[in-house]
Ligand binder design. Sequence first.
Ligand code: NAD
Length: 489
Amino acid sequence: MSLNGVEERLLIDGELVEAGGGRVYDNVNPATEEVIGQAADATADDADRAIAAARRAFDETNWSTDLAFRRKCVEQLQAALQETREVLRPQIIGEVGAPIGLTYAVQQDTCIDDITWEIGAAVDYEWERELPISDFFGMKSHRRVVHEPVGVVAAITPWNFPFMLNLAKVVPALMAGNTVVLKAAPDTPWSATYIGKLIAERTDVPAGVLNVLTASHPAEVGDVLTGDHRVDMVSFTGSTAVGKHIARRGADNVKKVFLELGGKSAFIVLDDADLASTLPGAVMGVCTHSGQGCAINTRLLVPRRSYDEAVEILAEAFRNTKYGDPTQMENLMGPLINARQRERVLGYIETAKSEGARLVVGGGRPAHLHKGYFVEPTLFADVDPDSTIAQEEIFGPVLAVIPYDDDDDAVRIANNSKYGLSGAVSSADLDRAMAIARRIRTGTISVNGGMWFGADSPFGGYKESGTGREHGVEGFREYLETKTIAYPA
Ligand code: NAD
């Protein structure tokens, strides 16, 4: 796949620019370990200029008040993305290691199409409403509730679905009338700079409204964004550890902080579910994109009396999972993002073995793939629900199968987690599955294979999986402030 149209520069104040001092770093293809190009390595000073530009654009242009103009600009961005999908696709596959099949879905195409819904949500939004006339000690008042953009938003994103997550923040933030500084994950710069390029070259978006930063060091630029008083809001997707750090920094000047964090979701297979048709879907879920998804169900809860049969079916599905070169359509899985993540996943596999889990399939680097950060699809049985692999997010293609005794026990194990992002329930009886789904403390849950993901579907976590929601009307509202104006009646 040939790489054309790559943008290696930052977008600051309407200009595509190099980083201060001309600093660059390598962009590495995780499937081949080859350097495929460079990205600008932004400095703290670049971040400062980006914030200043976003502040000025918010305070001194009519961006925040002209919804029709914002709509036109975001439609221009969508049209440019639609026209150039095939330019972008090899870039995403190249830097993310995402299997090509996924780029026709959530890694690329569906999120470009979803911009239509995001625009509609802003256009149809009830920006103002009148309350009944109030009477305060005989003083009668009209009261109008008005929604306004928050101001300057710092959007910080991870590498696993970078383009989708960049759009999921930038589009609603802009449509709400905010200005934005987007900071990409170090491993996936082009998924952000491509948006910056199109904004600069193909839209009427005023200078400073969107700024795009890429940097090799995760925190150098990030800490500038989260600590600066000119930034009104941080919209962050990433690990719980960094999310907590950002929340602490935001507290210093009481920033609005919106966090989409990690997960350790449970799939409950009820005792009346058909194992042969249910379990392969669970395997596909955990292996898609090598398990590098926050909402993947990485704990599988199976009734004790059908446990052995379930493990056999799962083992067969794991052995049949196709993985390797992400440019090939038949591969469900590509590599992990980098060597550090691969070593981290392999470390968890060793910990699981040492804590007594039974390794059924996989467990190492694939012998037939000599290049790339691959890990075999890995199945563990007899996993203690309190053990490390049942409690910590692994972010690799590793499934932990846990037996349970009855429905209450399954719910207890599923909720025995510091996370609360997602989950699934399967049963022959829809009402029974729905009742269990309501008892699970997570922001999304699938029943009998139902798909909750969508532009109009609020997504986010309970507990340490985050605060706030992305997507849906609830996600749009995150980017708004509320003002009440009163005047005499
Ligand atoms: P990460 O937390 O290491 O990094 C995420 C982003 O934060 C990157 O851009 C990184 O450069 C930046 N960052 C790191 N230190 C920072 C700092 N001090 N200040 C500001 N920014 C900083 O996460 P990751 O390893 O890139 O991604 C994997 C994690 O993301 C997993 O935990 C996964 O569950 C989570 N995730 C969550 C969702 C969700 O919607 N809940 C979606 C995708 C990924």
